[in-house]
Design a protein around this ligand. Structure first.
Ligand SMILES: Cc1cc2nc3c(=O)[nH]c(=O)nc-3n(C[C@H](O)[C@H](O)[C@H](O)COP(=O)(O)OP(=O)(O)OC[C@H]3O[C@@H](n4cnc5c(N)ncnc54)[C@H](O)[C@@H]3O)c2cc1C
Length: 429
């Protein structure tokens, strides 16, 4: 049983939690080779990418280094980007790695596996909207969030001199768009203390554009209404029931031909599987580039390949697809961890059961709102303010718990809190 190589590709909400659990259980003591492949050397939990974008989080201070974390948690980190999968030879192909100035660091390589887990996440879906790819920034990866951050800093520098207006447009009023809009308003209020003396909230226009008639369309009416009233209060300009037809350098073109002008444009409406999935020609791939899996998260038609998280298309018993959310990825990682351990002990693998714990949306320091799922009798209930914020923070704490174990996660959070006293509130470079 020992000596098997379990390769996990993608160290995000699902993949990193799985690698940590398998590493601690099988890597350290039992001699399994638990190998985590990611194209980036640093992990930031994806629901925090909007905080990277505005500079509240600094990846060099807040990020987890896979190489170090792997050493302490019994898995091996391999830097690489998957570009092919050969189930008959039980290998994956990794693309070459180049330095920032284009020097070849690592040639393309093959990596063999006994069991393979694909946990590649998702990318933004522009639904083929004309001009969106060329003119918008997406918040679907650490690099893109950093790109937005640099553009925001450049814009603030100019704004401080010109004292004009900075207009930022966000398409999609789901959790990502709403959280980013609120965070931007908070940041603009904080930059004065760092020498941007001419900037106030009156110099910022944030346009939030949504095709549905309400913001947070997936969430209960009460949550949407409460979040909307907070956004109204802080001055976010909402454009509801507006489907963007085209994106130009100038801004977003509406069906009436009007243009919502924006110098910084963000697309945060919908997700699909990463483009690389279309290259996995031996695997069943859906039209939205997701990998088709059965109830045990095994890729259909493949004995030794699994997929979890946003990149997996898993239809539940009730006929609904598992939603692309961090709590889904975390739960899938947990079930697959138990299934792999069971499989190694010749026990049965159990089907994935999704438990919806509700949704929480952070409105920066202004508030937080959400709904929590209760038991069958009480149904779901609405929360807001400090309680909602506490629950929101506890989601991240849960993720840290999977990565470090509960006690270490608590120490880690306390240390982070203490460090916050000494470091800038915003990343200013
Ligand atoms: C701004 C924002 C806010 C969000 N807020 C919430 C929230 O409040 N609650 C919630 O439940 N969900 C939220 N989500 C959704 C949630 O983040 C995702 O559903 C979740 O992260 C999916 O986990 P995953 O493991 O499938 O993928 P990810 O966490 O995206 O991880 C994918 C990993 O794969 C790596 N990777 C990708 N392609 C390759 C490749 N070709 N080769 C090697 N490595 C690769 C990436 O570097 C990454 O590390 C939010 C998303 C965003 C963007």
């Amino acid at each position: 049983m020992t000596g098997k190589r379990i390769v996990i590709v993608g160290g995000g909400a699902g993949g990193l939690a799985l690698a940590s659990k398998l590493g601690r259980k099988l890597g350290h003591k039992q001699g399994f080779d638990i190998c985590l492949v990611d194209r980036s050397p640093i992990h930031i939990w994806k629901p925090k990418l909007h905080e990277v974008a505005v500079g509240v989080i600094d990846q060099s201070l807040d990020g987890l280094l896979y190489r170090d974390h792997g050493l302490k948690n019994g898995y091996r980190y391999v830097r690489g980007e998957i570009e092919g999968c050969d189930p008959s030879g039980k290998t994956i192909q990794l693309a070459p790695v180049y330095s920032d100035d284009g020097e070849l660091l690592l040639a393309d390589r093959a990596l063999s596996y006994d069991y393979l887990v694909l946990a590649l996440g998702s990318v933004s879906n522009t639904f083929n909207t004309k001009g969106a790819e060329e003119n918008c920034i997406f918040l679907d990866s650490l690099e893109n969030a950093e790109r937005f951050h640099h553009k925001l800093l450049d814009a603030l520098l100019q704004l401080n001199e010109s004292q004009g207006k900075l207009s930022i447009g966000i398409v999609g009023a789901g959790a990502t768009g709403v959280e980013l809009a609120a965070e931007l308003h908070h940041v603009i209020e904080s930059v004065k203390e760092y020498g941007y003396l001419n900037i106030s909230k009156h110099h910022l226009d944030v346009h939030l554009i949504e095709a549905s008639p309400k913001i947070l369309p997936q969430l209960p009416e009460k949550v949407s209404a409460r979040a909307q009233s907070v956004l109204d209060k802080i001055g976010i300009k909402l454009h509801l029931g507006v489907q963007v037809k085209e994106v130009t350098v100038q801004g977003f073109v509406t069906p009436d031909g009007d243009v919502i002008e924006a110098s910084l444009k963000v697309w945060a409406a919908g997700v699909k599987g990463p483009a690389v999935c279309a290259k996995f020609t031996s695997l069943p791939i859906t039209p939205r580039n997701q990998i088709d899996v059965d109830a045990c998260m095994r890729v259909k038609g493949q004995e030794d390949i699994y997929a979890i998280g946003d990149c997996a298309a898993l239809i539940l018993e009730n006929g609904k697809a598992v939603p692309p959310r961090a709590q889904s990825a975390d739960q899938m990682a947990d079930r697959l961890y138990k299934n792999i351990v069971n499989r190694l002990q010749d026990k049965a693998e159990l089907p994935f059961v999704y438990k919806d714990y509700g949704s929480l949306v952070s409105l920066s320091r202004f508030s937080a709102v959400g709904n929590l799922m209760g038991n069958l009798r009480s149904g779901d209930f609405f929360i807001e303010g400090h309680v909602a914020r506490l629950m929101y923070v506890s989601l991240y704490q849960r993720h840290l718990g999977s990565l470090y174990g509960w006690f270490s996660a608590l120490i880690y959070r306390l240390a982070q809190k203490l460090l916050r006293w000494h470091r800038p509130k915003l990343k200013l470079h």
